[in-house]
Design a binder for this molecule. Structure first.
Ligand code: ADP
Ligand code: MG
Ligand code: MG
Length: 210
C-alpha cells in the first residue's frame, strides 16, 4: 500500500487525537523538568493543523506535510513548535513530487525530518530531547525499508524504536532546552518532547494500517 495525501491527512488527524488524549500526561512530564506547557502547545498546534486541513484540502503528500509545518510553526509556540515544524518542512521537501510514498520514501522523509530538527536545535543523541526518540526511529525505519516493507510497517518499526528511545531519556541529564537548566536534577524524568514524538509515530503507524 502506498501513502497518499489522503493517507497523510488521516495520519495527522490520528496524531491530533493522540496528542489531545495525552495532553495532561505531556503537561505533567513538562512540569517535572520544564514549564508545564508541552501538552498544551502540542494540542493547540495539532488542533490548528486539523482545522486547516479541513479548509485547505492539500492534494499532494508534500503540500500536506508543508501545511502541517507552517501551522505548527505559527501556532505551537515554545521550542517544540519550530522544531516539529522544521521536521515536517524537511519531510515535505524530501518527498518531492511523489503522489504516493513507498516504505523507502517514508523512511527518507523521517530521516530528513530528524536532520531538520538537528539543524535547528543542535541537539545530539543523549542530550535528552526529541532526538533521542527520532534517532532510533530513523535507524529502525531505514533498516525495515531496506527489506522492502511498506510505509505502514516502516512507521510501526519507527514507533516501536521511538518508544524505547523516549523511555530511555529517563536516565539522561538534559543538555538542551529548558530541562538543561535543571542540570543533574533533570535525570529521573522522561523528556516530554521524546514522549510526544513516540506517541505521534504510533498514531501515524496505526493510521497507516500497521
Ligand atoms: P518549551 O521548552 O519552549 O516550553 P515545549 O515544552 O513545547 O517547549 O517543548 C519542550 C521539548 O522540546 C523538550 O522536551 C525537548 O524534547 C524539545 N527540545 C527542546 N530544545 C530542543 C533542541 N535544542 N533540540 C531538540 N529538541 C529540543
Ligand atoms: Mg515547555
Ligand atoms: Mg514553554
Amino acid at each position: 500500500m502506498g501513502c497518499t495525501a489522503q493517507d497523510i491527512t488521516t495520519a495527522l488527524r490520528a496524531g491530533a487525537a493522540v496528542v489531545a488524549e495525552h495532553r495532561d500526561e505531556l503537561i505533567q512530564l513538562d512540569r517535572e523538568i520544564g514549564d508545564a506547557d508541552h501538552g498544551e502547545n502540542m494540542d493547540r498546534g495539532f488542533r490548528a493543523v486539523i482545522a486547516k486541513l479541513d479548509t485547505a484540502g492539500p492534494e499532494t503528500p508534500a503540500a500536506t506535510l508543508k501545511l502541517a509545518a507552517t501551522v505548527l510553526i505559527s501556532t505551537v509556540g515554545g521550542a517544540s513548535g519550530p522544531l516539529y515544524g522544521t521536521a515536517f518542512l524537511r519531510a515535505a521537501t524530501a518527498v518531492g513530487d511523489d503522489t504516493e510514498l513507498d516504505g523507502r520514501a517514508v523512511a527518507a522523509a523521517l530521516q530528513a525530518g530528524m536532520e531538520g530538527v538537528v539543524a535547528r536545535g543542535r541537539a545530539e543523541v543523549g542530550d535528552k530531547t526529541m532526538i533521542d526518540a527520532l534517532s532510533p526511529a530513523v535507524e529502525a525505519a531505514r533498516s525495515v525499508a531496506e527489506s522492502g516493507a511498506d510505509g505502514a510497517k516502516v512507521l510501526a518499526a519507527a514507533a516501536e524504536a521511538a518508544h524505547q528511545g523516549a523511555q530511555d531519556t529517563e536516565g539522561l541529564v538534559a543538555r538542551k532546552g529548558r530541562a538543561s537548566y535543571l542540570g543533574e536534577r533533570s535525570a529521573g524524568h522522561v523528556d516530554p518532547g521524546a514522549r510526544s514524538t513516540a506517541l505521534l509515530l504510533t498514531a501515524f503507524a496505526e493510521a497507516a494500517g500497521a
